[in-house]
Design a protein around this ligand. Sequence first.
Ligand code: F6P
Ligand code: MG
Length: 286
Amino acid sequence: MGSDADPVEGVVATIARSASEIRQGLVGRRGKSDRENPSGETQAEADVWADELLADRLTSIDGVAQYASEERSDVIDCEDTAYCVAVDPLDGSSNLTSNNTMGTVFGIYDEPLPAPGSALVAAGFVLYGPITTMTYARDGTVTKYELTGGERSIVESNVTVPDDPLVYGFGGRVPHWTDGFREYVREIESNPDHKLRYGGAMIGDVNQVLTYGGIFAYPALEDSPRGKLRLQFEGNPIAYVIESAGGRSSDGDRSILEIEPTDVHERVPLHVGNAELIERLEDALA
Ligand code: F6P
Ligand code: MG
């Protein structure tokens, strides 16, 4: 497992190779476990299983210094130095019950965790849709692959967020949105060129934005000012992919990649999409 010379490519290749197995392993693991993750959410059996599988494989790669996951409290320290991997093993795993889209999100940092998004050297996600794909950003370039068995084949190089925004999707309960955010949503909805797309798994909804242009947000809520999504495992990797694809990210005020974290499990209000929509959002929330 630790034979790839470039540790970053080693991590990406290992996640790509593991994706088919994770997908197959979902069968029979759709129930709830009796455990909670560090954010207080009941874990699915598949959350715990996918986390253990990825922890075993990623910590055995030469050059991986740390493994952290949304599904475990503590960071695993390895004997190596260099890269720290943060993973959401199964983003949107509540969609297991209904058999809808979910994904695996990863960020590879060159600083100890918790680390700012500016320390990311690569990030991406696997999408378990009708087919399994991986979208991965490194050195300012985003590439999309199809994964079949252990194979990875490029389906799109230089992926960019399309210029004309088409889709929007916003998480959280509407009565809990702030007034500024609610007004912004009204403006987005009133544009006849825009269509609602919301599936309840961040990664599926972000993938719609990357494919068609638009905006996805899980905003600050009246009862949860930091929103729901986690900075290390979800916010930073997604912001890195979208910014590498020419879009923008924001916590409502600045790029998510600029945030200095204090805790591995801290949350962040997340807004990603076409630059013009994120600029308007920041104006609306100012
Ligand atoms: O990882 C958290 C997550 O599952 C996201 O994928 C998704 O966007 C969000 O929670 C949905 O949460 P809720 O259904 O509680 O609004
Ligand atoms: Mg998640």
